[in-house]
Design a protein around this ligand. Sequence first.
Ligand SMILES: Cc1cc2nc3c(=O)[nH]c(=O)nc-3n(C[C@H](O)[C@H](O)[C@H](O)COP(=O)(O)OP(=O)(O)OC[C@H]3O[C@@H](n4cnc5c(N)ncnc54)[C@H](O)[C@@H]3O)c2cc1C
Length: 414
Amino acid sequence: MKRYSAFAVAREALRNNTGWERAWASPEPRKKYDVIIVGAGGHGLATAYYLGKNFGITNVAVLEKGWLGGGNTGRNTTIIRSNYLQDASAAIYEKARSLYEGLSQDLNYNIMFSPRGVMMLAQTQGEVRGFERTAHANMLQGVKTEFIGPERVKQLVPIININGPRYPVLGAIWQARAGTARHDAVAWGYARACSDMGMHIIQKCEVTGIEQSGGKVTGVNTTRGSIGCDKLGVVVAGHSGHVADMAGFRLPIESVSLQALVSEPIKPCMDVVVMANTVHGYMSQSDKGEMVIGGGTDGYNNYTQRGAFHHIEETVRALVETFPMVARLKMLRQWGGIVDVTGDRSPILSKTPVENMFVNCGWGTGGFKAIPGSGWGFAELMAKGHSPLTEAFGLNRFYEGRFIDESVAAGVAH
Ligand SMILES: Cc1cc2nc3c(=O)[nH]c(=O)nc-3n(C[C@H](O)[C@H](O)[C@H](O)COP(=O)(O)OP(=O)(O)OC[C@H]3O[C@@H](n4cnc5c(N)ncnc54)[C@H](O)[C@@H]3O)c2cc1C
């Protein structure tokens, strides 16, 4: 595949953009692959990419029931940070954040990583204590993050009201190297690199059954026929429970709709990401100028991949005290994605009761930031049977009561 470069852009400008190749191929499925990944979201595609890049396994198919990146990966608000509390989480999220820094060069695809800084506001004394604890834990884990006071918050975000009557800003946990990236580009960049290695990305191919023999996975039934494999990785986020059910086991996952909205584009007014957990809302400004606003999940399990009116009201009401300018913004559009939430708010990257079948799910409201690290670790788990990055995230933790509690770090939907 031809490399993208400034010279290529100049060359194509001179010949009316007629020389670009398709970014990835659309092949017919083979009868059998060494590895099948179900789900062409960021985590599935990153897994395929690192299977090829780190382990030389390229006889791989990624099967997607819709279009690639059309699940949560293309619907999220793109916050990337790594200041979680527990060691296992800090390790995988920090691996991901550091891979994001060089991902455009690695994939030869501009994923528009913007390390603009992310802050989580402390608006109660409980939050001050919680975030100070996280900042201390991060220092020990080698994750650069700090607790800052209200004046510094105001300096970094001039449009913020730090003297709100109900919830004044008491400080914030601030990670300067955190930021955002272009979500579609992450999926497209991985897909292009996988296709370049000879992997098959097969869209409009829904997995409808898991084939097994003697307790071992042998393939999948799909809407495009039966396809064999030696190893199977299931990376389908909110649909994980369905696919596990096809294989005869249950996952400790709840599926729920998470929503977000964007305003009309306005002039640049905020160049960092701000999350407000107490009132439950968060906001950043996209390169186009839209204010990207994230709210909460529905209070009941569902599979409705769309927005709901009450979320607009709840989220805007939550933010308006801290950002009074929100009251004058016109909202442009709103959407939802089906996220997969575990009881301890940490993901599952694990072997399963079916031999050679693996699951990667439970990223819930905050898995975009983890895509490169998750793909790196899950590929290692699938290739070698173990990975230091994924070890703590096995299904066995739910039997053994060894939870990785991230309810504070993942307390707002991001
Ligand atoms: C509104 C919203 C805001 C968010 N904001 C953030 C944020 O700011 N920061 C952050 O870190 N995270 C955020 N997230 C979470 C993040 O988007 C997800 O954790 C992450 O994208 C999950 O990626 P994935 O690859 O696991 O899943 P997905 O991208 O959902 O991919 C799974 C794919 O599997 C496919 N699939 C399902 N069933 C089958 C089947 N039977 N056969 C074949 N294919 C199948 C689906 O079509 C889908 O494309 C947000 C999520 C939402 C919805």
